[in-house]
Structures are given as structure tokens and as C-alpha cells.
Design a binder for this molecule. Structure first.
Ligand code: CP
Ligand code: NVA
Length: 314
């Protein structure tokens, strides 16, 4: 029984198995096939914050693979009605897996501590591992003729849950990653040190210069300047990130072949302009679509490893 709280819960081989399962299931989906990989499995979703992509892609993915899902609303009283240990141990008797989106990463860690079924992080203040897996599918889909390791992912924006997970997945897969952010918004040292310890060959850089960073980018990624839960800081952040908008001026310094990514939802006119997010280099809609495929691979790997062993080439 395994959890996915951050990508540190996997080694590179396991991550590659999940991504391979995702590719197989994505191809089947494109042919209209809906294999019953997760028949009779039930997934529970507990979300403390809003979600379109994560919630719907998990629920649809389960349904398409023959399983079902339960979105648990406020009435179950998570964190309010009973001790987390009681809640979790009871829930684990009814379902085969739990996806949790919480403000504090400690909440998903607590679920995992007491749960007898896999717990998947559906976004916390610390990490967004499912997003990073989908983003790899998007990048490789765009540049199929070269090894993934040849790609340079440049994140222009905050050292937040999304960029933290992207830095780690790039290290795990041998991709180059650069974060361009204002001083004070870098990725935190404990996280970066853990990456370097685990992946000493990681090609990770941080800079305050977005123009230099995008000049060698294959994918330019941005996310909101103010993440959910940081609303009180938004005025300050708007000032601090003013020079880090992904706009036509910045895109002039990037290769014409570079794609633009955003995990969405976006604050148009803040971290990214309409002309760029709707422009020819943007892949944000395909990127969101890949959430479901990546998570199908993850769910198959967690809940039906036998199927993965039989159907996914090494
Ligand atoms: N990217 C992402 O996680 O979107 P949602 O907040 O809509 O789930
Ligand atoms: N960094 C953003 C990502 C939303 C998908 C947030 O946490 O709000």
C-alpha cells in the first residue's frame, strides 16, 4: 500500500511506470476504449479548496476505468466533527483510495498516517504532484522526437506548490528546470537540498532574470502569483511580481518553438496576458486534459498493479 503525498514518495523507476501506464491508457482513450481496470474500486475525494480540473479529472477517470468516486462535501465534517484518526480509519474501510486537497500539507500527511488505503495529494500548500505528472505528458507530447531529458522547463513566477513539484519531477526525469522569480520567492532550501541529496545530477537553477531564463526554454510555465490561502498577500505580490508577467514582450526573448503552459486557473492580465494564453504557443487546454490521463496511470498503478504489470511495457 502506497501514498502519493509528494513525488518524493516515488523513485524514478516508479514514476516512469506510472507515466507509461498513463500513456497506454491515454492511447486507449483516444481509440474510444474504456478498459475496466478499476472495476468495483471506489475513490473518495475530500477537498478543502475549490477545484475544476483535479476533482473532475479524478472522478471521470475513475468512471471511465469502471470504478466510481464519492465527492465528500462539508456534511462529512472532515476536520470538524471527529478526530482525524477516527475519520480516516473509518473511511478506509469503505473506499479503496482517497484524494485530498488541503490548505496545510500536514492534513494529507495525517490522512496517510492513519489510512489503510492509498492517499493522493490533490494539492496542498507544499506540493501538487498530479499536476507535474500531467505536465510531463504535455511536454513529451509536444516534442516526441527528442528525449525528455533534452527539454528545458522554465517557470516564471512563484516558488510555490506547482513549481516545487515541477523542479522535483524534472530532477527525477533528468530534465533541466529553471525558476525565474523575484528575490524572496525562490524554492525553499529544505526542498531543494532534499532534491540534491536524492538526485545529485539534477539540473536545477534559480534566477531573478526572466529574459535570460526564457531564452533557452522549450516550455515556459507560469502560475498565479497568489495561491489559494495567500489572499492576504495579494497586493504585495502584485507589486513584487510585476516584472514577471508572461506577455508578448517576454515571449520575444523565447525561441519560437517554445510552448507556454499554465496549470490553470489563470488570473489573466496578472501572471499571463490574454494574447499569450490564447496564442499559438499556448498548450494550456491540452495540458489540463492530460490531468485525467496522468491520474489514470497513477490510479492503475496504486489500485491495480497487476494490470499495470500485464499491460504496460517496461
Ligand atoms: N490545476 C488545478 O489543479 O486545477 P483545479 O484547481 O481546478 O483542480
Ligand atoms: N498555486 C496554485 C495552483 C492552483 C491549481 C494554488 O495553490 O492556488
Amino acid at each position: 500500500m502506497r501514498h502519493l503525498l509528494t513525488l518524493f514518495d516515488l523513485n524514478s523507476h516508479e514514476l516512469n511506470r506510472i507515466l507509461s501506464a498513463a500513456r497506454v491508457l491515454k492511447k486507449m482513450h483516444s481509440r474510444g476504449q474504456r478498459p475496466a481496470v478499476l472495476q468495483h474500486r471506489v475513490l473518495a475525494l475530500i477537498f478543502e479548496k475549490p477545484s475544476l480540473r483535479t476533482r473532475v479529472s479524478f472522478e471521470s477517470g475513475m468512471a471511465q476505468l469502471g470504478g466510481s468516486s464519492l465527492f465528500l462535501g462539508d456534511d462529512v465534517g472532515f476536520g470538524k466533527r471527529e478526530a482525524p484518526s477516527d475519520f480516516t480509519r473509518v473511511l478506509g474501510q469503505f473506499v479503496d483510495g482517497v484524494v485530498c486537497r488541503s490548505f496545510s500539507h500536514d492534513t494529507v500527511a495525517t490522512l496517510a498516517k492513519y489510512d489503510s488505503v492509498p492517499v493522493i495529494n490533490g494539492l496542498t500548500d507544499l506540493a501538487h504532484p498530479c499536476q507535474a505528472m500531467a505536465d510531463v505528458l504535455t511536454i513529451e507530447g509536444e516534442f516526441p522526437d527528442r528525449p525528455l531529458t533534452d527539454n528545458h522547463l522554465v517557470f516564471v513566477g512563484d516558488g510555490n506548490n506547482v513549481s516545487r513539484s515541477l523542479a522535483l519531477i524534472c530532477a527525477m526525469l533528468g530534465m533541466k528546470f529553471t525558476l525565474a522569480c523575484p528575490k524572496g520567492y525562490e524554492l525553499d532550501q529544505p526542498w531543494m537540498s532534499k532534491i540534491s541529496e536524492r538526485y545529485p545530477d539534477a539540473k536545477l537553477h534559480q534566477t531573478t532574470d526572466p529574459i535570460a531564463a526564457v531564452s533557452t526554454a522549450d516550455a515556459i510555465y507560469t502560475d498565479v502569483w497568489t495561491s489559494m490561502g495567500q489572499e492576504a498577500e495579494s497586493a504585495q505580490r502584485r507589486k513584487d511580481f510585476a516584472d514577471y508577467q508572461v506577455n508578448a514582450g517576454l515571449m520575444k526573448h523565447a525561441p519560437e518553438t517554445a510552448i507556454v503552459l499554465h496549470c490553470l486557473p489563470a488570473v489573466r492580465g496578472e501572471e499571463i496576458t490574454d494574447d499569450v494564453i490564447d496564442g499559438p504557443q499556448s498548450r494550456v487546454i491540452e495540458q489540463a486534459g492530460n490531468r485525467m490521463h496522468a491520474q489514470k496511470g497513477l490510479l492503475a498503478w496504486l489500485l491495480n498493479p497487476h494490470w499495470v504489470g500485464e499491460n504496460v511495457p517496461e
